[in-house]
Design a protein around this ligand. Structure first.
Ligand SMILES: [Zn+2]
Length: 253
């Protein structure tokens, strides 16, 4: 690893933390259909504008002990989790995958999937206002990657769309339509044949968690379980380790 690569990786930690603050704004405001720009960051309980020095990612949350400085109401722990996750994700991906255009694309996809996962967990929705632009933006992004990558991205999109559309059509409520609309993006991100791995591992992880929650009576049989976090995890597995896993799997037969 060169010194400049190392500098990029270290810088990506700080950049990621700052992005994380913005992602929290997206998570707070998009489901309420509020503007991302105005008004400036404020406490949702007392409407006090957040002081400039309390806008430092991670540190401000810890310094304020997770409470608003004027009214004392709790700031959700999710704010801290998202800031930490977006701070550590870029350097982890760049350090393991190398400082390459494909790795930067993986970072961008991982952060988008983090936002969509939290929104699905908190609100049970997959906002089209996020899904449509990221899908449109992913197409030229993969076009800029080496030719093999964009061909595999388009094939991947066909695979993920097929795999999520089929159960949605066969049994009403099996898969949410929001998840189906997200499918092309997941395939563009995973590529082919890793797209199979993305969806398959999402179903396996989702199945294990759902069965466990049912067995422990934490959820009922009719409780909808957000699927985006599993699709996001599966897609990340496919993006980071898909090629070696597919290579290993095809070597068995
Ligand atoms: Zn307050």
């Amino acid at each position: 690893m060169t010194t400049s690569d190392l500098m990029v990786i270290v810088f990506s930690l700080f950049f990621g933390a700052v992005i994380g603050s913005f992602l929290n704004v997206v998570i707070d405001r998009v489901p309420q259909e509020q503007s991302l720009v105005t008004p400036p960051s404020h406490c949702p309980s007392c409407n006090t504008r957040i002081r400039r020095r309390d806008l430092i990612p991670i540190f401000s949350y810890l310094h304020l002990r997770g409470r608003c400085q004027s009214c004392g109401s709790r700031i959700p722990i999710r704010v801290l989790i998202v800031e930490i996750a977006s701070a550590v994700t870029p350097p982890m991906i760049l350090a393991t995958q190398g400082v390459t255009p494909v790795a930067f694309f993986t970072v961008a996809c991982a952060l988008v999937l983090l936002v969509l996962s939290v929104i699905d967990l908190e609100h049970g929705i997959v906002p089209p206002i996020i899904v449509l632009p990221i899908t449109v933006a992913a197409v030229p992004a993969v076009m800029l990657l080496p030719p093999a990558e964009w061909k595999s991205a388009l094939l991947g999109a066909a695979v993920t769309t097929g795999l999520l559309l089929l159960p949605a059509l066969l049994r009403a409520g099996a898969i949410g339509w929001g998840d189906v609309k997200l499918a092309p993006f997941l395939g563009l991100a995973s590529g082919y044949p890793q797209a199979f791995l993305a969806i398959l591992s999402a179903f396996i992880m989702g199945g294990i968690i759902a069965t466990t929650l049912l067995a422990l009576h934490i959820v009922g049989r009719k409780t909808p379980i957000p699927f985006v976090p599993f699709l996001a995890a599966g897609t990340l597995v496919a993006m980071l380790w898909g090629k070696p896993i597919v290579h290993w799997y095809s070597g068995i037969f």
